[in-house]
Ligand binder design. Sequence first.
Ligand code: NAP
Length: 533
Amino acid sequence: MAETTTEFDAIVVGAGFSGLYMLYELRRRGLTARVLEAGSDVGGTWYWNRYPGARCDVESLDYSYSFDEDLQQEWKWTERYPAQPEIQRYLAHVADRFDLRKDITFDTRVVAAHYDTPSATWTVRTEAGDRLTARYCILATGCLSVPKAPEIPGLDDFRGPVYHTATWPESGVDFSGRRVGVFGTGSSGVQAIPMIAQKAGHVTVFQRTPAFSVPAFNGPLDPEWEREIKTNYAERRRQNRASEAGIVRGDNPQSAHDVDDEQRQREYESRYTKGGFGILGAYADLMADQRANDTVSDFVRQKIRERVTDPEVAERLLPWEYPLGTKRICVDTDYYETFNRDNVTLVDLRRDALETVTANGVRTARGEVELDCLVLATGFDAMTGAVNRIDIRGRDGAVLAEKWGAGPRTYLGLGTAGFPNLFLLAGPGSPSVLTNMVTAIEQHVEWTGRCIEHLRTHGYRTIEPTVEAEDGWVDHVNEVASMTLFPKAASWYLGANVPGKPRIFMPYAGGFATYEKQCDEVAEQDYRGFALK
Ligand code: NAP
């Protein structure tokens, strides 16, 4: 695009799971739309996070679109948990199958979106200087799409290559025989470390906070299971949407205190051996009651001890500083077993403090480790990072990043007062990252599509949340979070991983089904809490 101004009904920022479906939904309702995507292809988070081992921790049959019966029947997943290349192929297939690419501009980063009150339109500006205008601006920018600055002293002095898991080279990295240092033991590190260790000469893991990780028991997708799901896919999807996590995981309504220790151990064992995070659904109060959570945290800590041969190494891998689940639980393949390999060393930065990265490696209180390359699996400026880095201005020139200076403020995570016709998909204040993201995305896209149709049918030019409704929702999100154990962890849910970021629990912890019900009620009550003009 040369420096032109082009008009659309809607502009969508981002072509990941949410942006692609949003485009489909807008088109289906007869609107013109343009999707602007910084990457060179569809995929969003899954386009950028192509590090070795990158894989979804939600099962493939659930981590996929439900909006088209033929699509969900014809697509064949190969594994229980899909790996990044397969998800990328899936999203490319969706884009081709529904001819979405013709309305997507790739390699285009949005830098600004300004609202003009007299015309009630948004003007979106790209890094290349192009301008597009539209009545609606929809941010499908992803919850985990902006890597956070690693804040590791001396990093710029390092002479070898430095790779971040979230901006992995498309051509891959050959670690053969190399001495690799890894920072970060969250989901990305837990997945990448075992894969890198298989190739590298030596891997040194610099661990700041240990993870709670449970095995995936991944494998080829069981054809029987696939047949069973596909025979009545609509019912499976309905159950996902009727659940609190956006996914069927057999949530048990009992308290962990209702049963004796032996019964609890049996329940945890049975869920643990099935793989994945179903263990979180073992009892209803695991995320709300510290003593209940202690029982499952102890169980998983014991499993970690059993998986690691050297008891001293095992002790260093045990998380004690937060309750299980309050930082996103990791789902792994051979993570702990990797520390049994001769070519892997664990440096516990809690006991062996990091001093600096040097030209040739990493120096800690106990000396310098020489390294050929570094891998950073250090996480994201989550949930608000991608929104705040766009210069978004609403009515009267209000700057969104300033409005959100003390933490994000939204109504239902869908919109924010002072910014008419701006829609957030899976925005802060919605369940998003605490649930199956695809379930959450589908619900937001469909709600937004219906809302826009409502505006057009009834001749409204604008919609935006009222300040009162937004204040009420922000209070509600905080109140619900305070009833859980989540605030006990210095997690990215709270913004605690980014120095200086306000500590506000950003996702809605009230559960997906409860949340969807509230969104539907708002719509049915003529968009209660929104001002329509
Ligand atoms: P993360 O969970 O934020 O983990 C970042 C890791 O880097 C933490 O261990 C953190 O330690 C460490 N770290 C950060 N800055 C550091 C520093 N300056 N020095 C030393 N260590 C540092 O990030 P992530 O692993 O990329 O995962 C983010 C989220 O993405 C996940 O929680 C999940 O929701 C999603 N994800 C999902 C999958 C999947 O589906 N399987 C895979 C990858 C990611 P501290 O804990 O001490 O801060």
